[in-house]
Design a protein around this ligand. Structure first.
Ligand SMILES: C[S@@+](CC[C@H](N)C(=O)[O-])C[C@H]1O[C@@H](n2cnc3c(N)ncnc32)[C@H](O)[C@@H]1O
Length: 433
């Protein structure tokens, strides 16, 4: 007998290819054979960490540390888990163990940042980037810490370094977009223009850069957020979306459900077909039971990661990945109710999207959506430095009418917080009749 034999693929190789689920399966088998296989234990821990299952991840880091109390990767990852679990006091105590390493200084700086000790965080991060210039996540956090400390020059330069050191990763472009928006809102657009121009010159084709550029230099042809941009933003945001929105006191899904409840008896059939347009992680689906006894819920969104979270709720009959405008055009007279919570803020001109909604509503159908208020009602819509769009009430009324809606009720409300400020807008119920 002879043969070439087949080389077994290890969990580490599989993990390095980015297939974390398969890597974990292989690692479990490896650990069954050899319970002291540290590399396999690390793969299991890290794959749980990536899923956000920090308790489970830590179980494996602890196993490694029982086998080898000085295992550097397990020590660092254990510290990261404490940080993610917001166990700051424990994490701080633990960071002492690592204090002589750059990873230890970085961990301490992250704890300081979370505890709002921005000066200490900035000092620690300056040390990290001095020792490891290519660590773009350190530059990223340094830009945020510097911004909190009012050091605009350092904030912008660090955001720029994060982009350069990452080789132009989208996560770092998003950080720059956010820094430009925050600094411009606080101290005026002129201060950020040199960086905005440099950024735009070097990364002209990136959709995040284009979106920010248009927010500062509006163009009449830029009437809707680029789909690639929306996708990038929300694919990056999906993991922390629900927690972040909770922290912003986001109330739109509840208000929409209250509005639906008011009109459901008169306008909706017993088992309405409902479309959650731009459904995101499915926050609206949580409240529909309070408004409707029975319903069939469909969802559309452009972000794969957001859709995955929505699917985990198990409340949607069907979820599809598409630009909602293109999707609606294909669904004539299909829905009894369309909801769109905090979605039209990614649209400037509303003519096309309202028209598509109208056509995909069945007779007597209703549409309930939120809209962010443009303080200057004389202006139909405007792009904010944040990249999002705000709208004037008169314009929204006009376009609803033009699209065929017979009546619309505007309920003024606080949509959410942004820093200390209330974001004002309306939840609008529009009737096809
Ligand atoms: C701020 S989130 C709101 C999500 C959800 N409606 C909620 O209330 O939690 C906006 C969502 O709209 C989606 N979105 C924005 N523009 C879109 C478009 N043109 N087509 C499909 N989805 C879009 C985004 O991907 C994102 O998931």
């Amino acid at each position: 007998m002879f043969g070439f034999g087949s080389k077994k693929i290890t969990s580490v190789e599989t993990y390095q290819k980015g297939d974390f689920i398969s890597a974990r399966k292989i690692a479990f088998a490896e650990v069954k054979k050899n319970p002291q296989n540290i590399n396999s234990l690390l793969v299991i821990g890290n794959s749980f960490y990536i899923e956000g299952n920090y308790e489970k991840a830590d179980e494996y880091y602890q196993k490694i540390l029982r086998l080898d109390s000085e295992n550097f990767e397990a020590l660092v990852n254990h510290g990261e888990v404490l940080l993610r679990q917001k166990k700051y006091a424990e994490a701080e105590k633990f960071s002492q163990v690592l204090k002589d390493s750059v990873a230890g200084v970085f961990l301490k700086a992250k704890i300081d940042f979370e505890e709002e000790k921005y000066k200490e965080a900035q000092d620690g991060l300056l040390e990290v980037v001095k020792q490891n210039k290519s660590d773009f996540w350190a530059w990223n956090l340094l830009s945020q810490a510097a911004q909190k400390n009012g050091d605009v020059a350092l904030a912008l330069e660090s955001a720029w370094q994060a982009i350069k050191q990452s080789g132009g990763e989208d996560s770092q472009h998003l950080n720059m977009a956010y820094a430009l928006y925050e600094i411009a809102s606080e101290i005026g657009a002129e201060k950020v223009l040199p960086y905005l121009k440099k950024w735009h010159e070097e990364y002209t084709e990136n959709s995040i850069v284009k979106q920010s550029w248009n927010a500062f230099f509006p163009s009449e042809t830029f009437i809707k957020s680029d789909i690639n941009y929306v996708q990038k933003v929300f694919d990056n945001f999906a993991d922390s979306f629900d927690e972040t929105l909770d922290g912003l006191d986001y109330k739109v899904p509840q208000i929409i459900a209250e509005e639906i409840k008011k009109y459901s008896i008169d306008f909706l059939p017993k088992n309405p077909r409902v479309l959650d347009a731009g459904c995101g992680t499915g926050l609206c689906s949580k409240y529909l039971d309070s408004a409707l006894k029975k319903y069939q819920l469909y969802g559309v969104d452009i972000s794969t990661q957001m859709l995955e979270k929505a699917a985990q709720r198990g409340l949607y009959k069907k979820l599809e990945k598409d630009d909602m405008e293109s999707y609606l055009i294909k669904q004539r007279n299909k829905f009894d109710l369309i909801i769109a919570a905090d979605v039209l803020t990614y649209f400037g001109a509303l003519e096309n999207v309202f028209c598509a909604c109208f056509k995909s509503l069945a007779e007597r159908g209703i549409m309930v959506f939120s809209i962010s208020k443009n303080e200057k009602d004389s202006i139909s819509w405007q792009q904010h430095f944040s990249g999002r769009f705000v709208h004037g009430e008169k314009y929204v009324q006009k376009v609803l009418k033009q699209s065929g809606f017979q009546e619309a009720i505007f309920k003024p409300c606080v949509l959410r917080k942004e820093g200390e400020k209330d974001v004002l807008g309306w939840v609008v119920t529009a009737f096809k009749k």
